[in-house]
Design a protein around this ligand. Structure first.
Ligand code: ADP
Length: 165
């Protein structure tokens, strides 16, 4: 039987942004299934709790059966092996991203030979968007609607009583 083309898109998605959404949308024609895999790191506390992050991503892809949302707390390659995924999907914004991803991608290939990391270049309008910048904006109670999907922005604005001008 031919192997199903499954990609794992690992990340913290704290929170999920337009940048992440665009990478998934553009990768959908390339794969039969994309697993958005939220890495759980016991030592690194997230800003948005896990259940909230999962709920938001599930809402966004409610009508897309090829996208699955899961969590994992192992090495990414071990998770890929378990899921029978041959591809890791990542987004690239800057040269700094590239240098970071190069090391991880080469290490993952070393650990699991069948794995290919597929990189999609961010769209120019998403280059400056990162989850950490969104968190910073939330901390200062400002509008995040330009950076995250609408349903996420609406919930953040409500929970943090952010007024949209
Ligand atoms: P990690 O902590 O693994 O970097 P993130 O949730 O920050 O987790 O990012 C997950 C993936 O999404 C990474 O490949 C990252 O490069 C990519 N990504 C994040 N923001 C953007 C963006 N604005 N445009 C394109 N890709 C992005």
């Amino acid at each position: 039987m031919e192997n199903k083309k499954i990609a794992v898109f690992p990340g913290s998605f704290d929170p999920f942004t337009h940048g992440h959404k665009s990478i998934i949308d553009r990768a959908l024609p390339l794969f039969e299934e994309i697993i958005i895999a939220i890495g759980i790191n016991a030592e690194k506390k997230s800003f948005f709790d896990l259940e909230t992050r999962i709920k938001w991503i599930k809402k966004i892809f409610a009508d897309e059966p090829k996208v699955i949302i899961e969590t994992f707390n192992t090495l990414t390659v071990d998770y890929c092996r378990k899921k029978n995924a041959n591809f890791i999907l990542r987004g690239l914004r800057t040269a700094a991203d590239f240098e970071y991803e190069r090391q991880i991608g080469q290490m993952n290939k070393h650990l699991l030979e069948k794995i290919e990391t597929i990189f999609l270049l961010t769209l120019p309008q998403h280059t400056f968007i990162s989850s950490s910048v969104v968190r910073e904006i939330v901390k200062y109670q400002s509008d995040v609607s330009k950076f995250v999907p609408e349903i996420i922005a609406a919930e953040i604005h409500k929970s943090y009583t952010i007024e949209v001008k």
